[in-house]
Design a protein around this ligand. Structure first.
Ligand SMILES: [Zn+2]
Ligand SMILES: [Zn+2]
Length: 177
């Protein structure tokens, strides 16, 4: 009468590529959260192995890692250097903008003066790129300490140089009638 009932569990086999962890008997995928017994190659959840301290199948104590831990993403510190220089660029532009407003005041309302100031600001930011450029080159040459030191030498020198240029170019603007 009717179909013979299937034994429980048969219809819930893990899909191909996954096995069952011999410790918790749950499905275990071949991913970085898994490890395998070095003796019988049974795949375990890493957390289960850490809890048991040995293979849940053959009780051996050594395991293989299925995937190496991810390598350090930015070993030379390029990203951190660029972030630092972006913050310094904000300081640089704020100081130069304040200095320009203090030097020129109401003369900034003249279109001719404003165009010259904008060209100067563009050139100042082009020159600024020398700073991060030098630091990235030094990091590429595997000189991280020199690279970090260069930031704190190049930035103040560059800022003083840009301020001096701003002073000279503001003084050379034709005086209003
Ligand atoms: Zn498990
Ligand atoms: Zn084992």
């Amino acid at each position: 009468m009717g179909d013979r009932a299937q034994p429980p569990g048969i219809s819930q086999r893990p899909r191909p590529g996954a096995t069952r962890c011999p410790y918790c008997h749950d499905v275990c995928e071949a991913d970085p959260d898994a490890c395998a017994c070095a003796a019988c190659l049974s795949r375990h959840h890493r957390a289960c192995w850490d809890e048991a301290g040995r293979c849940g199948s053959c009780q051996a104590g050594a395991r293989l890692e299925l995937a190496a831990p991810p390598a350090e993403a930015d070993p030379r510190g390029y990203a951190a250097a660029v972030d630092a220089w972006l913050r310094l660029a904000a300081v640089y532009n704020a100081v130069l903008a304040l200095a320009t407003v203090a030097l020129l005041g109401g003369r900034l309302l003249s279109p001719a003066v404003l165009i010259q100031v904008l060209v100067g600001a563009f050139l100042a930011n082009l020159c600024f790129l020398a700073g991060p450029g030098a630091e990235i080159a030094l990091r590429r040459l595997n000189l991280p300490l020199v690279a970090a030191a260069s930031r704190w030498v190049l930035f103040p020198l560059g800022l003083l140089f840009a301020l001096a240029l701003a002073l000279v170019s503001c003084a050379s603007l034709p005086t209003p009638d």
